[in-house]
Ligand binder design. Structure first.
Ligand SMILES: [Zn+2]
Length: 439
């Protein structure tokens, strides 16, 4: 376990520590603006609100948000490409699109004001992680359709950091540049930090001796506390979780402070609710459900009650040792649509990762395959051993893993421990760790 010095970041904006009354006042004013804007300038919302029997003047308190209809990802897909945009195209200065792995892509649009807001949110998020004007920020995230790269880029510029728009791929070059430029902070998806560490080892680069990286800003895919510990110990840095998605500008809707106990939501820009995944009924603090978000400042593309499909809960207490008063959500350990149903049992891939990475000698490179055989669901889990584990120990590891997994999965999966370097690697994007052959 690496000894990581905790980085305590400064406040970027006064509102981060404002009183509850002030934050709620700003939220209500902006919620009313958003509903009115969507109703008056977008035909989809005009019809949806009429159908729900709601007019903008019905929104008198923050609780009234529950009167509004939900917006689903499919609503965005069906209105591809410009149907959700609520300003004239002349006012739109940037467009992004999701990868569209499950159908048509979804397009997200930004006005100049939206980009300004996004930069502010990312600056706050990174400042909270201790990044500032003295930092060299290495952005190893996609810069094309994906919002990751530019989100960190805009935030870094606003902070006055030295931003390196590296993108993904070219792993050996990334290692060389992180070292030579003396990068102090890296933004990436978690699995890429593992991949870079592996390649650095092949190149004979010592991450702790040869690198100056103090912090990593990670997100865009599911990752567990166990994965955080692995990354921190490999690199000798402190890793911060950053939450967002393209429909919410991109990364930067919420992030971790140095306390690492939940993520602060930037409430003056996002109204968050937790609802029951089945009924859509609002749930209380500390109750787990689907995160539903109403962005409060998005001009080009206002969304009402966007159903994120992410499972989390809102903290009951607003007090955090960092002094920020913005509410916190728990780390997202799974999307509702990532959940596997195996012989009638709900399994989140994060619970499998947790079991795997708790076993010493097991690497974070793994693959889970679900298939059907003889009318039953079966699961095969392939995982690579660490470099220093002798092959005659693999059987011992398999037995340990099987025992741990049986308790979580309530079934006996096939477990194969493989030599390092066996499974496919992803050079920068999200890892594809789950293969469901039943679909
Ligand atoms: Zn905090």
């Amino acid at each position: 376990m690496a000894i990581v010095k905790q980085v305590s970041g400064r406040y970027f904006s006064r509102i981060e520590t404002a009183s509850r009354e002030e934050i709620d006042e700003v939220k209500l004013e902006r919620l009313r603006w958003t509903v009115k804007h969507a109703y008056e300038n977008n035909s989809f919302y005009h019809r949806a609100l009429k159908k729900a029997g709601v007019t903008p003047s019905d929104i008198r308190s923050l609780e009234d948000v529950s009167k509004l209809p939900f917006t689903l990802k499919k609503d965005l897909r069906e209105r591809y490409p410009y149907g959700m945009i609520s300003v004239s195209l002349e006012e739109v200065v940037e467009l992004h699109a999701s990868s569209g792995t499950t159908g048509k892509p979804t397009v997200v649009a930004y006005t100049r004001g939206d980009l300004e807001n996004w930069g502010e949110l990312m600056a706050r998020t990174m400042s909270m992680a201790g990044v500032g004007s003295g930092d060299v920020l290495y952005v190893a995230l996609g810069y094309h359709w994906f919002t990751g790269g530019l989100g960190f880029h805009y935030g870094g510029l606003k902070l006055g950091a030295t931003v390196v728009p590296a993108g993904t791929g070219y792993t050996r070059r990334n290692i060389t540049m992180i070292r030579d430029l003396g990068a102090t902070s890296v933004a990436a998806v978690p699995n890429y930090m593992i991949r870079m560490a592996e390649v650095a080892g092949e190149m004979g680069v010592d991450l702790k001796r040869d690198m100056k990286v103090r912090t990593a800003l990670l997100g865009a895919e599911m990752w567990t506390e166990e994965m955080r510990r692995r990354i921190e110990s490999l690199w000798g840095l402190e890793a911060f979780d950053v939450y967002g998605m393209s429909e919410l500008y991109g990364p930067g809707a919420a992030g971790e402070c140095h306390v690492h106990d939940g993520l602060h939501v930037w409430e003056d820009h996002f109204l968050v609710e937790i609802v029951d995944p089945e009924t859509g009924e609002p749930l209380g603090p500390e109750e787990k459900g689907v995160l539903v978000v109403t962005p409060l400042t998005h001009e080009a593309m206002p969304l009402l009650r966007y159903w994120t499909n992410d499972i989390t809960f809102i903290y009951d207490s607003r007090e955090c040792d960092c002094g920020r008063t913005m509410q916190r959500i728990a780390r997202i350990t799974g999307r509702a649509d990532d959940m596997l149903i195996v012989n009638g049992v709900n399994v989140f891939p994060s619970s499998i990762e947790t079991v795997l990475l708790r076993v010493k000698g097991v690497s974070p490179n793994y693959r889970v395959t679900v298939y059907r055989e003889g009318g039953l669901d079966k699961m095969r889990i392939e995982v690579e051993a660490e470099e220093n584990v002798p092959p005659d120990m693999y059987r011992v590891l398999e037995r340990k893993l099987r025992e741990g997994l049986r308790d979580v999965l309530l079934m006996n999966p096939r477990v194969e421990v493989l030599p390092p370097g066996t499974l496919d690697r992803v050079e920068g994007g999200k890892a594809k760790r789950i293969i469901d052959l039943r679909k």
